[in-house]
Design a binder for this molecule. Structure first.
Ligand code: DGL
Length: 269
């Protein structure tokens, strides 16, 4: 068991998708130091075995613990639904995971139909079945796996014809079923939100949990929202396991919205 140390907040994902969660954490806790690991060299997780995902998630979590992180955020639905118990068994610090926002969608629906876009592994998971049984038994839930979408976001192809073609295919069954709530059950899809909203029109509300995760992180780690210690702002450490680190850095900077400072380092695990 790793001893609890006061330090940075570690955040990881199978790739660049978790930057959406990192944004929400940075906005809520601007004074904290954030360490982000993009496991792009092993993405996508969504079509791998549970054992393979647990193995990667465990290695990255150990790396974050070695960086003296005081909390770890698994900014990946797929890793969360299969690996959270194993990760929590590694450490006494808070390990916060993501789950598709099925509960708020089921509470908000007026048509009685909600849609969920997620990876195959998440769609097939017992965790999602549990969420539906507990919070959405009274509504119809259309679960849609989206092979190929993570790869499009990893390549920075957010709105080209191929990506829009995939999105059309994946939202069609949800639209046809009459859903008025759409849950983005994968952090990568956040970066496709504008295109998804354009395809769906104003009758469908799109939900994703980044802000809720930031709030949960605060509650579990006793962080103070928005606190700035004098002029001291927290910094960042970015790591990526991508084979082509330069190309990965370009995509990360585009999604992050500003140049990545300091530059992305090679993930050593
Ligand atoms: N961002 C990950 C998620 O939230 C993507 C998983 C993958 O790499 O397939 O599920």
């Amino acid at each position: 068991m790793t001893a609890i140390k006061r330090g940075a907040i570690g955040v990881f994902d199978s790739g660049v998708g978790g930057l959406s969660t990192l944004h929400a954490i940075r906005d809520a806790y601007p004074h904290e130091h954030l360490v982000y690991v993009a496991d792009s060299g092993h993405a996508p997780y969504g079509n791998q075995s549970a054992e393979a995902i647990i193995a990667r998630a465990t290695r990255i979590t150990q790396f974050l613990l070695d960086q003296s992180c005081k909390a770890v955020v698994v900014a990946c639905n797929t890793a969360s639904v299969v690996a959270l118990p194993a990760l929590r068994a590694m450490t006494a610090i808070p390990v916060i995971g993501m789950e598709p926002a099925i509960k708020p969608a089921a509470l908000a629906t007026k048509t009685g139909v909600i849609g969920v876009l997620a990876t195959q592994r998440t769609v097939d998971s017992a965790a999602v079945q549990r969420l539906i049984a507990t919070h959405a038994a009274h509504v119809r839930v259309v679960l849609q796996a989206c092979p190929g979408l993570v790869e499009r976001v990893e390549a920075g192809a957010l709105d080209d014809a191929e990506t829009i073609g995939l999105l059309r295919k994946y939202v069609a069954p949800i639209q046809d079923a009459g859903a008025d709530q759409l849950v983005l059950g994968c952090t990568h899809y956040y970066f496709l939100r504008a295109s998804i909203e354009r395809l769906l029109g104003p009758a469908v509300t799109v939900l994703e949990p980044a802000k809720a995760i930031a709030r949960q992180l605060g509650e579990r780690s006793h962080l103070v929202p928005g606190l700035r210690e004098g002029d001291a702002h927290g910094g960042f450490s970015f790591f990526s396991s991508a084979t082509d680190l330069m190309a990965a850095t370009t995509v990360m900077a585009r999604l992050w919205g500003i140049p990545i400072q300091p530059s992305v380092q090679r993930c050593p695990v």
